[in-house]
Design a protein around this ligand. Structure first.
Ligand code: DAH
Length: 435
């Protein structure tokens, strides 16, 4: 069963540029709604063009394969939810989840805003309150999420998350105890080693208003369920490589809408890889969903790209957006296969440096301009220099841009044109002076 909530329409790629605000970015019309620009507006067309691509729903796509593997693992009692439009209010993305007013994630330098009232969700948690309000007790929600971030092989401003959650009534607690015993038994029978260095206590407490027995049962259920899911995803890989048990580590974390909160890491190729965040739902957030106050819930959120990159050995996050058959035809629903690189095309690095004008420029503003100019042809951008002249007080910045196509060799001329365009766009957007 696929449940559609809210407006329920699959976003269509329909954008009409209309009005401009003084920062030069235009207002957006999306799905026939016009979002008037204001001082928050910071979405450019390179980002908007991703709305509605829905690669996480595309059959045989690695992102969709990971999604279905997790859905299959949890079984039909967890309702899969997809197709929720990415435009949400800051209330949904932050306030309903108890984010403090000064949380950095709220800044337009970190998140994409259509205007001060509407933004692109930065995480699938933005829908938790809404989904619980609809009365579904166990669900898995997958969606595209958007964040302003650096540019390298593992960061892309659009990626995918899956949110899973469960709420338990007091009358179900005895069954939960049995379920936990069963889960613990099946985990004991497989090749997994769980190191739990989390410390429930003052810094990461159970909530005082919960029945302690119920909170512990839900907390244990969260841990067993996620260890089981992680084994289902990564267990084969660990055993296949003959490297002993799959090693998983639970550590304390902080999220405004859960307590206790955890992060879970998996040891992969000798490195601890952070896989997900989770915890026992803050009762304030559940109450906002009209869930009765004696119910207790858990929630987790994970990044599908990060898991897919490891499972399928995909070396660059941009490949997930490729329409190249040489990429897409390597994968098929229900199976995890290692990506075979079709070729590694040469890269070309170029520096751009400039004096800032009157306006302060955030590095994420620079990265967005690079995306705007080069799209999928940029592999990495690094800030290589930043200084303020002691006499004039003028500030200068330098960035090294690495261009590389995943699909062909870029000509020198093509790279020069892109790089010249980048300079012009930086001047136009921020009134900088190239050096
Ligand atoms: N939304 C968090 C993120 O994007 C992940 C997360 C953490 C989701 C804890 C949860 C949770 O549901 O309980 O980093």
């Amino acid at each position: 069963m696929i449940v559609t909530l809210g407006r329920g329409v699959r976003p269509r790629a329909l954008h009409i540029w209309t009005r401009r605000y003084s920062n030069g970015i235009e207002g957006v019309t999306y799905n026939n709604v016009f979002y008037p620009p204001d001082e928050y507006t910071n979405i450019r067309s390179s980002i908007l063009s991703h709305l509605g691509r829905n690669i996480y729903l595309q059959k045989d796509h690695p992102i969709a394969i990971v999604r279905s593997l997790i859905e299959k693992h949890f079984g039909s009692s967890f309702v899969p939810i997809t197709a929720l439009p990415p435009i949400v209010s800051p209330q949904q993305n932050f306030d309903e989840l108890e984010f403090p007013l000064d949380h950095p994630g709220r800044r337009p330098s970190d998140s994409y805003y259509l205007n001060k009232d509407w933004m692109l969700r930065t995480h699938t948690s933005a829908h938790e309150v809404q989904v619980f309000r609809s009365g579904i007790p166990k669900w898995l929600l997958s969606a595209d999420v958007y964040r302003r971030d650096e540019i390298d092989r593992s960061h892309y401003p659009v990626f995918h998350q899956m949110e899973g959650a469960r709420v338990v009534e007091p009358s179900e607690m005895e069954d939960l105890r049995k379920e936990n015993d069963e889960l613990a038994q099946s985990l004991a029978a497989v090749n997994i080693q769980v190191e739990d260095v989390s410390t429930i206590g003052e810094k990461n407490p159970y909530q005082p208003w919960h029945n302690p027995d119920h909170a512990k049962l839900v907390n244990d259920n969260l841990k067993h369920s996620l260890n089981g899911m992680i084994y289902a995803l990564f267990g084969g890989l660990a055993t296949h490589k003959g490297k002993g048990p799959l090693q998983v580590r639970w550590i304390d974390a902080y999220f405004p809408w859960t307590s206790p909160s955890y992060e879970v890491e998996v040891l992969f190729d000798g490195k601890w890889l952070e896989i997900l965040g989770c915890g026992v739902m803050q009762q304030a957030a559940l109450t906002r969903s009209s869930v009765p106050k004696d119910n207790v819930g858990w929630a987790f959120g994970l990044g599908l790209e990060r898991i897919a990159m490891v499972l399928f050995q995909v070396p660059d996050i941009r490949l997930f957006w490729s329409k190249d058959a040489r990429f897409l035809e390597q994968f098929s629903d229900g199976t995890v296969t290692q990506f075979k690189p079709f070729s590694k095309y040469p890269s070309s690095s170029k520096d751009v440096s400039f004096w800032l004008g009157e306006r302060e420029v955030h590095e994420n503003d620079v990265y967005d301009i690079v995306r705007e100019v080069a799209g999928g042809l940029v592999e990495e951008v690094k800030e290589v220099d930043r200084f303020t002249h002691p006499k004039t007080g003028k500030s200068s910045r330098a960035y090294r841009v690495t261009y590389r196509s995943m699909e062909r060799t870029l000509t020198g001329e093509e790279v020069n044109t892109l790089h010249n365009d980048l300079g012009l766009k930086l001047i136009e957007a921020f009134n900088v002076q190239l050096r």
